[in-house]
Design a protein around this ligand. Structure first.
Ligand code: TRP
Length: 324
C-alpha cells in the first residue's frame, strides 16, 4: 500500500470493551504499523456536546490515552494528541460553520438521534459537531479517514466542506475518502441479539482481569443443547477466531459438528485466550496510569507535532479568505 496520510479520532467515554478494540483500536495500530502517516487524537471537545461530569471527563481522557498507548499506538510513529490542545481546530471549525448551510447540519442523522436521546441538552455544539469534525480531518489534509459505520456521514460532510471551500477560495483541501472499518458483530454476552456495549456483564473490558473474564464468560448465554447453533454460540466462536488459535477453532467446530460441544470447555479456552491476549496490555496500561507526568509529556509532544501542521494549514486558509 502506498503511504497515505490518515486521520482519526475517538471520543473518550469510559472503558473500552473487546468489541471496541477489534472494531477500532486494532485497526489504528495496523495502519500505523503499515507505515502510514497517522494523526490520531482523543476528541475531547466533541465529548462535551453530550452531558458529562468534569472529573469524569479528565479521568476518562487519561484512561483512553493510556489504553491506546498500551494497545500499541506508538507516539514515535503516530502523532497522538488531545483535540483541545490544538486551538486551530476550533478556529477552523468556526470558519467551516460559516460556509456550511444550516440545512446540511440539521439533516445529519447523529444530530437527529442525539437530539432525541438528550432532549434536555440540545446544545448548539451538537448541531455544529460535524463542522468541528471536518476541521479535525481537513486540518491534516488526509487521503483517508478510518471510521465506523456511524461516522461515515460525517466524513462525507467533510468532503462537502472541502469542495465548498476550494470552489469559493481556491484549492486548499483534498477530499478524503472514508476508510470503512471491517464491519464487526461482537455481540452482548447477555443478549446475543444486541451488539456488545459496556454495561454490566454483557461486555468483556480490555481492562478485565483473567478472573473477571472467566466469570463473565461463564455467564454468557449459549444454547440449550450441546452442538446447537445459536447467536450466543456463534458469538463465542467469532471471539475464538479473533483471540484463539486455528487449532482451537477447528477442535471446537468439530465438537459442534458431532453434536457434543462442551460450552464450559469452549468458555474456559476462550477466557484463557483473551486473558493472555491482553496480559501485556494490562501491565503496560497500569504502568502508564501510574506515571501521569509521562503520559502528559507524550500528549504534549504529540500536540507539538500536530500543531506545526495545523498552524500551516490555518495560515493558508486565512490567507485565502482574507483574514489578516
Ligand atoms: N465523531 C467521532 C466519533 O464519535 C470522533 C471524531 C471526532 C472523529 N473527530 C474525528 C473521527 C475526525 C474521525 C475523524 O467516533
Amino acid at each position: 500500500m502506498e503511504k497515505q496520510t490518515i486521520v482519526s479520532g475517538v471520543r473518550a467515554s469510559g472503558k473500552l470493551h473487546i468489541g471496541n478494540y477489534l472494531g477500532a483500536l486494532q485497526q489504528w495500530v495496523e495502519l500505523q504499523n503499515q507505515g502510514h502517516n497517522c494523526y490520531f487524537f482523543i476528541a475531547d471537545l466533541h465529548g462535551i456536546t453530550t452531558p458529562f461530569k468534569p472529573d469524569e471527563l479528565s479521568q476518562n481522557t487519561l484512561d483512553v490515552a493510556a489504553t491506546y498507548l498500551a494497545a500499541g499506538i506508538d507516539p514515535e510513529k503516530s502523532v497522538f494528541f488531545l483535540q483541545n490542545h490544538i486551538l486551530e481546530h476550533a478556529t477552523l471549525a468556526w470558519i467551516f460553520n460559516c460556509i456550511l448551510p444550516l440545512s446540511e447540519l440539521e439533516r445529519m442523522t447523529q444530530f437527529k438521534d442525539k437530539s432525541k436521546s438528550h432532549k434536555e441538552n440540545i446544545n448548539a455544539g451538537l448541531l455544529t459537531y460535524p463542522a468541528l469534525m471536518a476541521a479535525d480531518i481537513l486540518m491534516y489534509k488526509p487521503s483517508a479517514v478510518p471510521v465506523g459505520e456511524d461516522q461515515t456521514q460525517h466524513v462525507e460532510l467533510s468532503r462537502v466542506v472541502a469542495r465548498k471551500f476550494n470552489n469559493r477560495f481556491g484549492k486548499v483541501f483534498p477530499e478524503p475518502h472514508t476508510f470503512m472499518r471491517k464491519p464487526l458483530r461482537i455481540m452482548s454476552l447477555a443478549d446475543p441479539a444486541k451488539k456488545m456495549s459496556k454495561t454490566g456483564d454483557e461486555a468483556i473490558l480490555m481492562d478485565d482481569s483473567p478472573a473477571e473474564i472467566s466469570r463473565k464468560l461463564k455467564k454468557a448465554v449459549t444454547a440449550s443443547e450441546a452442538g446447537h447453533k445459536s447467536p450466543g454460540v456463534e458469538n463465542l466462536f467469532s471471539l475464538l477466531e479473533h483471540f484463539g488459535s486455528k487449532e482451537e477453532v477447528a477442535f471446537f467446530h468439530d465438537q459442534q459438528k458431532q453434536g457434543n460441544l462442551k460450552f464450559s470447555e469452549l468458555k474456559e479456552t476462550l477466557a484463557k485466550d483473551i486473558a493472555v491476549y491482553f496480559e501485556n496490555f494490562r501491565e503496560k496500561k497500569q504502568e502508564l496510569l501510574a506515571r501521569p507526568d509521562y503520559l502528559a509529556k507524550i500528549l504534549g509532544q504529540g500536540a507539538d507535532r500536530a500543531r506545526t501542521v495545523a498552524q500551516a494549514t490555518l495560515t493558508e486558509v486565512k490567507q485565502k479568505i482574507g483574514l489578516l
